[in-house]
Each structure stands twice: as C-alpha cells, then as structure tokens.
Design a protein around this ligand. Sequence first.
Ligand code: NAD
Ligand code: UFG
Length: 336
Amino acid sequence: MNVLVTGGLGYIGSHTVVELVAAGYKPVIVDSLVNSNRGCLSRLHTITNSEIPFYHMDISDSTKMRQILSKEKITGVIHFAALKAVGESVAKPLSYYANNVSSTISFLEDLEHLGIRQVVFSSSATVYGNPKSVPISEDFEVHAINPYGKTKSIIEELGRDLCANDSPWAWVNLRYFNPIGAHESGLIGEDPKGIPNNLLPYIAKVAAGSLPELVVFGDDWPTIDGTGVRDYIHVVDLAKGHIEALRYMERNRGEVTVNLGTGSGVSVLELISAFEKASGRKVPYRIGPRRQGDIAECFADSTKALKILNWRAHFNLERMCQDSWRWQAQNQRGYE
Ligand code: NAD
Ligand code: UFG
C-alpha cells in the first residue's frame, strides 16, 4: 500500500516513515519545509535503507498534489502537515486557520477527486482544553482554548462529516499526548527552530549547555509536587500507532477518534530528574511563574487504543530520555 505522508520530514512524520517502511508500506513524503529540514531525508534513507520519494511543496498546491497522488498510486494518507505552536497561533490566528484548515480542505478535495478515502489525522490532546478530570477519555467534552487547538477540532469534525451517511471514507483521528524521544539510531529527532517552546527539547538544550537554565512554569499547581503533569510518550510508540490505524482502516469504514498516550502522568520535576539520570548531566532550573493557558494535569485514558487499534505504548520514561539525549548529543545543531 502506497501511503502519502504530509509533513513527513517533521518530528513525528519522519519517525512514522521509518515504521511504515518496517511494516511493508511504501511511504511518499510531501512537505513544505516550513518547520523541517531537507537533511532529514538522507537520514531516513540511511535508517530504512530505501529511497523514499519526497516532494517539496505545500499541500494546498492542488494541481501538483493531484499529479503526485496519481503518479504514486496513493491509496491512503497520514496527514501530519500543520503549524503547531500554540503561542504563535494566538498571535497569528489567520495563518493557522489558513495553513491548517484551508489547506486541509483543498487537500481533501484532491483526495475525493481521485477516490482516495483513507485518512489518519494528527489531532492533539489540546482539543480537551482544561479537562474536568484525569485520565482523559475520548468521550470528554472537546473545548480547545487556542486557535491551534481549534484547527484540530475543526478538522476532526470534517472527518466525521465526511464519514456520515454510509460514505466510503475511513478516518482515524489520533489525539497525541506529549511526544518525546527519538529514533534509537540518533539520526532523526525533534529539531525545533530557535528556542524551544516545549519542555523536553528545552531540557535537552540546557543539559547540552546551549541554554543556561530551565524555568519551571509554576510549583503551585495541585499536583504531586506542584509542577505540571503530562503524559510523555515515546515518538516511536506514537509512530507505531499510525501503522495500527492504517490496519484498522483496511478493515473498517467510518470515523474513529483515539487517544495515543501512555496513561501515566509525569511532573516537570520528575522529567528533569529522569533526564539528568539518562544524560549524566545537570539540568539547572529555577521556579518561575505559571505560563498563561497552562493546565495542571493532562494524561490519557488509553484503553480505547488497546481495544480498537490493539496498540499500547511500550517504552518507559528512562528510554525516552536516553533516546532524546542521544539525538541531542549527536546533533547539537539539529539537521544543519
Ligand atoms: P513538525 O512541525 O515537526 O511537523 C509538521 C511538518 O509539516 C513540518 O515538516 C512542516 O514543514 C510541514 N508542514 C506544515 N504545514 C505544511 C503545509 N501546508 N504543506 C506541507 N507541509 C507542511 O510537527 P510534529 O511535532 O511532527 O507534529 C506533526 C503533527 O502532529 C502536527 O499536525 C501537529 O499539530 C500534531 N501534534 C503534535 C504534537 C507535538 O507535541 N509534537 C502534539 C499533538 C499533535
Ligand atoms: N514547562 C516548563 N518550562 C518550560 C516548558 C514547559 O515548566 O520551559 C512545563 C509546562 O508548564 C507544562 C509541561 O512543562 O507543565 C509541558 O509543557 P509543554 O509545553 O512541553 O507541553 P504542553 O502539554 O503544554 O503542550 C504540548 C504542545 C501542545 C499539545 C500538547 C498535548 O505544545 O500543542 O502538548 O499534545 F497540544
């Protein structure tokens, strides 16, 4: 099966490409490089020992997209391509609605035109907003509180509408919790542009000495040690969830929404400590004020993923930190 991977040179997309090849699929990558680096492609060739077709383009380029979908005989799609910075989405909502929602509509029209109706969509735990309790299950109310999260909710709904009324579409919304880690080779990993927004890449840069210290955003949350709690999941486990979603769509039509998380919460201080152990480096930090828009705790009820996709996360926190550190230590300047 030939699978189009939009955003396939990004962090999660690149790891999924590796798992696709390992599972016998033929991935084809489309990426605008708006938040990724072409250098990732040769690393993918090394890891998979295969040539992976890559098209440098925006998914909204409908003429080119239709040519590629036909030429590459695509039958299914994993749709990662999106902008993902929460703060930037608040500052530039139009860019987010245009790049994430309008481009996706154009892309779906291309798929429809060519009769390609199997989509795995990258959604996010951010759609839950501030959840009423934890763990969070898929039937919790969706209440995104920033434009980025709203673009995810809108596209999820689009998938549901496409699948309504006995339609031929198959659509899986995967709500990711907090992906960290990297491929065990140390060849691919998360390569944020500029100063990272997210916790793990920030910790890794502090451990490596390229940033002086971490600011912990609040120690007065109602959590185990007062710092924010999240469900960190190894990116390779997450990538494997997409393979199971493709297999599911081979057997089922219609829409399904599934959390991808480990089901366990880890605090900021616990993550710092695990990273120090894995890297053998100190991570200097100080406590600062809470970050606007943050929530105390967020972790998944992951029983539906096991039931529907026969998927569960396998890698523990120690392994996540070891793999993140290997990537950081071997690639101080990312892919450059
Ligand atoms: P990423 O930025 O590393 O990857 C996204 C890729 O899409 C990039 O390579 C970028 O260049 C490309 N892209 C963006 N807009 C495009 C467009 N219009 N046309 C073609 N290519 C385009 O991000 P990631 O962490 O790999 O995330 C992948 C997906 O998962 C995104 O949809 C993101 O919103 C979602 N997600 C990520 C996280 C996370 O914490 N990393 C959590 C939940 C959901
Ligand atoms: N944190 C710090 N200092 C930092 C960065 C983060 O203390 O420098 C804390 C946060 O306050 C939070 C935890 O670390 O308690 C995790 O923060 P991240 O920014 O790494 O992750 P979030 O859970 O806030 O959000 C991320 C993505 C969202 C996505 C969500 C769930 O940014 O887009 O994970 O997948 F929706």
